[in-house]
Design a protein around this ligand. Structure first.
Ligand SMILES: Cc1cc2nc3c(=O)[nH]c(=O)nc-3n(C[C@H](O)[C@H](O)[C@H](O)COP(=O)(O)OP(=O)(O)OC[C@H]3O[C@@H](n4cnc5c(N)ncnc54)[C@H](O)[C@@H]3O)c2cc1C
Length: 416
């Protein structure tokens, strides 16, 4: 793999940047693999990378029905943080944040992690109590967290309106300074390039249409390019988790909803942190191009259509303008939707399944982008060793029968 560096940029400048090698190969599928990963989003590609890097398993294919990162990986608002309430989630998301912090060097690809600080606003006494509790819980778990009163919020983000007469007055906020944003496409492309360089076959335009079993053991997958055999199959299909799991006869405790986001026209730098409000359902940051990147709440109906309803973004923008009156004349440029797969406790599934050799990673709902490295790392361990790592053991499927749920609705940022 050609190393990306200032020297390679300078070298390629001589040929007007026309001779950069392709970032990954485009091989035909082999008849069988040790591991097939279904889904070429960030989580699937990270899983492939850590399977090779951490466990030495190289006979791996990633099958993607469209193009790499064409799912939620490239549809999200790119917020990265680890300030979840419960010990199990804090450990998983903090592992992920630590991997993010060294990721660009590890995969030799600039994922543009910008740790500019994430504020989670409180608008009611209930929010304040919940926020303070979460700050304390985070600190006990070694996650950086601070509580800011309304004046400190204003100091940190001067364009916020902290008037008490606002419909949703700002009463304070939690702050995670190590939180921020990263470039979503880069994460998929970086992991793809690094996995391909270590021998993983990345096969795009290859839809999995069935999962073949011999009794209770998986033997491979039916695809739009024919049958491909595998000793192990790992499902990482985000919004389509239930659809793909059903191919193996599994029924998941997952609801699928549209979640929308939008961006404004590019403007001069005006907000240098991330602001989230679970109460008004708006989260805002500014991209390097200058666009305001905003997320909304989920549409409450179930759907696989990658678009949402207008009233959701209308309400979101109404509330947003009370928080940020300065945005009142900014024009919105485009909006889009993705499908989020949501578990009843707003926590993910990284698990073995009742089918031998079949594993599932999904249910990340509205917040899986931040978990991409940690999710791939834990899932690779689970697939390679046929047992969960201590970090993801609490996120197994059996919690829905044992009742050991991990309720993260409060920290999820978006209510569902
Ligand atoms: C609008 C929006 C905003 C969000 N904002 C944030 C945020 O700010 N921070 C955060 O942490 N998270 C956020 N999320 C959630 C986050 O995007 C997801 O949890 C995460 O990207 C999931 O990654 P993934 O790799 O599992 O999924 P995906 O990128 O969706 O990858 C799954 C892949 O599986 C493929 N696939 C599906 N079915 C098949 C099949 N049958 N055969 C082959 N391939 C198949 C799909 O084409 C897709 O490419 C947001 C989501 C949305 C929609």
């Amino acid at each position: 793999m050609a190393k990306y560096s200032i020297f390679s940029i300078a070298r390629n400048a001589f040929s007007h940047h026309r001779n950069w090698p392709r970032q990954w190969r485009s091989p035909d599928p082999k008849p069988d693999y040790d591991v097939i990963i279904v889904g070429g989003g960030g989580h699937g590609l990270a899983t492939a990378y850590y399977l090779v890097k951490e466990h030495g398993i190289t006979n791996v294919a990633v099958l993607e029905k469209g193009w790499l990162g064409g799912g939620n990986t490239a549809r999200n608002t790119t917020i990265v943080r680890s300030n979840y309430l419960w010990d199990e989630s804090a450990a998983l998301y903090e592992k992920s944040l630590q991997l993010w912090e060294g990721l660009s060097q590890d995969i030799n690809y600039n994922v543009m992690l910008s740790q500019r600080g994430v504020l989670n606003l409180a608008h009611s006494l209930g929010d304040v109590r919940e926020g303070r509790r979460r700050v304390n819980a985070n600190r006990l778990n070694g996650v950086d967290a601070e509580w800011l009163d309304e004046e400190q919020v204003k100091d940190f983000c001067p364009i916020i309106n902290i008037s008490r007469s606002a419909r949703y007055p700002v009463l304070g906020a939690t702050l995670q300074r190590r939180g921020g944003v990263a470039r979503h496409d880069s994460v998929a492309w970086g992991y793809a390039r690094a996995a391909d360089a270590r021998g993983v076959d990345i096969i795009q335009n290859c839809e999995v249409t069935g999962i073949r079993r011999d009794g209770d053991t998986v033997t491979g997958v039916e695809t739009s390019r024919g049958f491909i055999g595998a000793r192990k199959v790992a499902l990482v299909t985000a919004g389509h988790s239930s659809v793909v799991a059903a191919m193996a006869g599994l029924r998941l405790p997952i609801d699928s909803h549209p979640l929308q986001a939008l961006v404004s026209e590019p403007i001069k730098p005006v907000i240098d942190c991330v602001v989230m409000s679970g109460a008004v359902h708006v989260y805002v940051s500014q991209s390097d191009k200058g666009e305001l990147v905003m997320g909304a709440g989920i549409d409450s109906f179930n759907s696989y259509g990658q678009r949402g309803s207008f009233h959701v973004i209308e309400h979101q923008l109404g509330a947003c303008l009370e928080l940020f009156p300065i945005f009142s004349r900014v024009r919105m440029m485009r909006s889009w939707g993705g499908i989020v797969d949501t578990c009843p406790d707003a926590s993910p599934i990284i698990s073995k399944t009742p089918v031998k050799g079949l594993y599932i990673n999904g249910g990340w709902g509205t917040g899986g982008f931040k978990a991409t490295p940690g999710s791939g790392w834990c899932f690779a361990h689970t697939v390679a060793r046929d047992e969960p790592h201590a970090l993801n053991a609490p996120f197994s499927l059996d919690r829905f029968t044992s009742g050991a749920l991990i309720d993260e609705h409060g920290a999820a940022g978006v209510a569902h």
